[in-house]
Design a protein around this ligand. Sequence first.
Ligand SMILES: C[S@@+](CC[C@H](N)C(=O)[O-])C[C@H]1O[C@@H](n2cnc3c(N)ncnc32)[C@H](O)[C@@H]1O
Length: 253
Amino acid sequence: MSDGPIEWDAESYDEISGPQLSWGMEVLGRLELRGDETALDAGCGSGRVTEELAGRLSDGRVIAVDGSAAMIEKARERLGGRAEYLVADLAQLRIEQPVDLVFSTATFHWIPDHDRLFESLRSALRPGGRLVAQCGGEGNIREHAEAAAAVAALPEYEPYLGDAGELWNYAGPGLTEERLRRAGFAEASCWLEPRPVVPEDPLRFTMTATLGAHLARLPERLRRPFAQAVLDRSRAPITLEYVRLNIEARVSA
Ligand SMILES: C[S@@+](CC[C@H](N)C(=O)[O-])C[C@H]1O[C@@H](n2cnc3c(N)ncnc32)[C@H](O)[C@@H]1O
C-alpha cells in the first residue's frame, strides 16, 4: 500500500459520494450525543457527513481532518466557521487538546498500518473518549478488487503497479478488535455489513471513489484506460459489493 495520503478529486467526490453519505448517516444515526462534545472527523473528505455531524453538535466543536488538501478546501467551502480544519495523516496525528469523540466514515481502509492508526487516534482521545467509525472491511468490493489486480498485472500497467501490493486495507472484525485493544482501547466491538452499490456512472464513480490509489501511480494517459479495463471485466449492470466494517471503541475513563 502507499505510505501516506494521496490527493483526491474533491469536486467529483462531492458529487458522486451519495452511497458514502448514506452510510455515514447510518453511523451518525446510532451515535448518541449530548450536543456539547468536541468531535474529530477523521478523513472528513468534502465534508458532507461532517456537516451532519456538526448539526448534531450545536454546543460542541468539530475538527475536520483529512490528508488531502483539496478535500479540506471543499469541506471548508461547505462548512465555513462551523468546523476547524487540519490537513494531516491520521496515522501520525498530533492535536493540542484531546477530543471526546473520533468519528470516521469510509476512510480507514485507505490507511495501511491500522496498529499505528489506532494508536494515533487513541492518543487524540481524552480518558473515556469514544471511537465510532465505519470503513471498508473484509471482502469489500471483492470482484472489483480481483479485476483491478488482474488488470494491474498486464504489461502496460505492471511497471507502475507491479510492486504496489494491496492498495486497500480491508480488515475483519476480530483482527480489528484485537488491534484496538493493543492500541489501548478498553472496549472494542466491530461487525461487518453488506452494502451493495450500482453506480449511475461506473467509470466516474470508480475513478473517483475506488481506484484512486491505483490511478495515482499511473501516468495520466493510462488512468482512464486502466479504470475502463477493470470495469470491462465485470458483468453489466456493474454492482460493487461493498462490505462495511463498523467500529465502536472506548478508552478507559
Ligand atoms: C472515501 S473518502 C471519505 C470521506 C468522508 N468521510 C465520507 O464518508 O464521505 C476517504 C477520505 O480519507 C482521506 N484519507 C485517506 N487516507 C488518509 C490518511 N492517511 N490521513 C488522512 N486522511 C486520509 C482521503 O483523503 C479522503 O478524503
